[in-house]
Design a protein around this ligand. Structure first.
Ligand code: AMP
Ligand code: TRP
Length: 336
């Protein structure tokens, strides 16, 4: 039988999972599990690139792992990045295969460096600049064919491909697979409070809706979503209304989507009805996950052990790659 294609993706443990993460990435992660060999990481080394608190980092890491499992990710496919330290070893090697100039052009670096500066008195870590190199190591160490992520990661994926190409060229062998990005049908969900920017944790509380939020708060956030601010050119859908339709589509409500879309075209759509339908759909999704999480928390220890065992297993693959990379790059390599 032919080997199944390898899928790899990862998420930072920086707090809650929001509907942008779910519809842009995690929903896809779950779907891909039937078809491919999937590995998903919670990347705690990445979360150190911004100002953070050590205790909170560890708490967030476990929290997000439980959330991911509640959403349908199989525990056996999950790993914690810092339990696979080979990522950082490959990261160093890739530092030497990555162009400094290209790093400075990353839009995520530009956004986050100004956030970091204002949060911590002007401090911007070198880790924030080299962050996409570690991301390339996360991906290439498992020779991933496909990387399911949201639109905001396109530039980082391109950099990973460039590193793989430069490496392969240098060692004279097509060793690393050039990974391809996989988008969901809704790769960019916007903030309901400001639909011209993406839904994001770092923009502040009103700019994201957590999947594990209380029903009341989800309804409230959708009810107060910006719809039409009056500055959209005639004949175009406003970003706010468009975003609500995207949410409806992502939530799998195709019938309601078609029906309300028809009303919109006919000029009879009531925004309050659109919002009500979106809120209902999101609450429905959320409640299933909240219930599942409650059940998981009753056997916390067992679940944690499963993730540690999965990380140890996944680590073996990473070790194999690092051994081969050392061989190819002329580094000392004690066979173990
Ligand atoms: P992050 O929370 O930045 O670690 O992102 C985790 C995953 O969610 C990545 O694959 C992102 O591309 C995706 N993602 C984050 N925000 C959004 C959004 N607003 N819309 C779609 N996907 C997103
Ligand atoms: N940079 C990604 C984000 O901000 C997280 C990430 C780290 C990642 N390593 C990865 C995503 C490897 C995909 C593959 O969302």
């Amino acid at each position: 039988m032919e080997k199944r294609k390898q899928v790899l993706s990862a998420i930072q443990p920086t707090g809650d999972l929001h509907f942008g993460n779910y519809f842009g990435a995690v929903q896809n992660w779950v779907r891909l599990q039937d078809q491919y060999d999937c590995i998903y990481g919670v990347v705690d080394y990445h979360a150190m690139t911004m100002p953070y608190k050590p205790r909170k980092l560890r708490e967030n890491t476990w929290e997000i792992l439980f959330n991911l499992i509640a959403m349908g990710v199989q525990p056996g496919s999950l790993f914690i990045q810092s339990l696979v330290p080979e990522h950082t070893e490959l990261n160093w090697i890739f530092n030497c295969f990555c162009s400094y100039g290209q790093l400075t052009r990353m839009t995520q670096f530009k956004d986050k460096s100004s956030q970091s500066e204002s949060k911590s008195g002007g401090f911007i870590s070198a880790g924030l600049l080299s962050y996409p190199i570690l991301q390339a190591a996360d991906i290439l160490i498992y020779r991933a064919d496909y990387v399911p992520v949201g639109k905001d990661q396109a530039q980082h994926l391109e950099l990973s491909r460039n590193i793989a190409q430069r490496f392969n060229h240098q060692v004279g062998k097509e060793y690393f697979v050039l990974p391809e990005v996989l988008y969901s049908e809704t790769p960019k969900i916007n903030s309901t409070a400001d639909p011209t920017r993406k839904m994001s944790k770092s923009a502040g509380d009103k700019h994201y809706i957590s999947v594990f939020e209380s029903e009341q708060r989800i309804r409230k956030q959708i009810r107060s979503a910006v719809t039409d601010t009056g500055d959209t050119p005639a004949g175009e859908m406003s970003p706010g209304v468009n975003n609500l339709f995207q949410l409806l589509k992502a939530a799998g409500q195709t019938e309601a989507y078609d029906h309300l879309r028809g009303q919109y075209e006919g000029g009879t759509l009531k925004y309050s009805e659109l919002k009500e339908t979106v809120a209902e759909a999101l609450v429905g999704i959320s409640q299933v996950f909240v219930e599942k999480k409650k059940e998981l928390l009753t056997r916390k220890k067992e679940v944690k052990n499963e993730i540690k065992a999965a990380s140890a297993d996944i680590r073996k693959r990473a070790q194999q790659t690092v051994r081969e990379v050392k061989e190819l790059t002329g580094l000392a390599n004690v066979k173990f």
